[in-house]
Design a protein around this ligand. Structure first.
Ligand code: ZN
Length: 387
């Protein structure tokens, strides 16, 4: 039925428009009736009855095609229903009208930009949103959409520019996001061998958002890659102050740095000092390794048992079984072997990270959630089955 109405629209619109032109200046009652229908349409929308809403709006368009708001509502409705072609036609039609006020025209441009964005026509959407920003009306939604486009296109320089502008227009704190864009640029610089440039971008990221864990990890990685371990260590250690839940990410690289400098004891001292602040199993496992190294399997196993009583952990238990097997030379322990295999199996497919925003689970750390596209929302999973 909506299809049929759509076919009738051009005819109805034309005759309605002419009628509207002729009757301009009169008809108070006409306007208020339209008003009533408009709210009726809105009501249907709010009650999630889009078919009925479309019916009402189409009727209004037939009566008076000069009703810009109705066109805008209809276009928006089509877009939300996924009928982007129709939305585009409505908005293009609207923009072509010479009678539009500046405000109405800018709003229609914004809506058409949203249609293009939805249709994946990013270039066209970008130029419309840029035009809207230049017209200095509806700047905030236009900037938000531009920010979305530049992230999709991985144009980090433009994304930084737009985010800074949006921050000053909306008052919203976007510095954590801007720091992520700078980290993206730093990763690109590093990949093309521009180490100094990468270092500069990371310092910039940390000055924009001092809590940026990713910038610290990357700084450590960059320094470690050029064997500058002395500089890498404080960069990695900073993560514990920024957000201690990310500590497991830097433990292995930190260990490598300390070992490269022949400072193994300093690493152990660091682990012991951090233990009170961080309850995760990664630190416990590394300390257990150290005890194993110095005092053998039995001491390591009894330390592990003591700690696991306080905070149970699947990974800790798995390590305990391995230690027990090793302590008995692996013989006559078939039950233990079964358990070990079971745990290994269990841990192999377990996600290690999850998104705090949408619950997306992953085996590797993403800084940009592939599912909900939030930044730095994916974190190591805590608790018995995780850290
Ligand atoms: Zn997510």
């Amino acid at each position: 039925m909506v299809e049929l109405l759509w076919l009738l629209l051009p005819v109805a619109a034309l005759s309605g428009w002419m009628a509207g032109r002729r009757s301009r200046g009169g008809g108070q009652g006409h306007g208020s009736r339209l008003h009533g229908e408009y709210f009726q349409g809105l009501n249907y929308l709010l009650n999630e009855q889009p078919d009925k809403a479309i019916e009402v709006f189409m009727r209004m368009v037939e009566v008076d095609s000069d009703t810009v708001e109705t066109h805008l509502a209809l276009g928006n409705l089509f877009r939300r229903r996924g009928e982007v072609d129709r939305a585009i036609r409505i908005h293009q039609n609207l923009i072509a009208r010479p009678s539009l006020s500046r405000e109405q025209r800018t709003y229609a441009l914004l809506e058409l930009g949203e249609d293009y964005l939805r249709a994946g026509l990013l270039d066209r959407a970008e130029s419309l949103f840029t035009e809207v920003v230049e017209l200095d009306a509806h700047v905030e939604p236009a900037l938000r959409s531009l920010l979305d486009i530049y992230q999709q296109e991985k144009e980090w320089g433009k994304a930084i520019e737009v985010a800074s502008r949006l921050e000053s227009v909306s008052g919203e704190k976007l510095s954590p996001m801007i720091a992520q864009f700078l980290c993206e640029q730093a990763e690109l610089a590093r990949a093309s061998g521009e180490i100094n440039q990468a270092g500069q971008l990371l310092r910039h990221a940390l000055s924009v958002h001092p809590g940026c864990v990713r910038a610290s990890i990357l700084q450590g990685d960059v320094e470690r890659s050029v064997a500058n371990y002395r500089a890498a260590i404080p960069a990695y250690q900073r993560v514990a102050d920024q957000d201690v839940e990310y500590l497991p990410e830097v433990l292995q690289p930190l260990r490598e740095c300390f070992e490269a400098l022949d400072r193994r004891q300093d690493f152990i001292a660091y682990l012991e000092s951090i233990q009170n602040r961080y309850q995760g199993v990664s630190v416990l496992l590394l300390l257990t390794e150290q005890i194993l190294h110095e005092h053998g399997e039995e001491a390591a196993a009894s330390h592990l048992i003591r700690q696991l009583h306080r905070r149970p952990s699947v990974r800790g238990l798995n390590r305990l079984i391995e230690l027990n097997l090793a302590g008995h030379g692996g013989s006559g322990m078939s039950e233990m072997e079964v358990l070990r295999d079971l745990f290994s199996e269990l841990l192999r497919d377990k996600p290690v990270y999850s998104c705090r925003q949408c619950g997306f689970c992953a085996r590797t750390l993403h800084w940009h959630c592939p599912s909900c596209r939030s930044w730095a929302s994916i974190r190591p999973i805590q608790g018995v089955e995780g850290e």
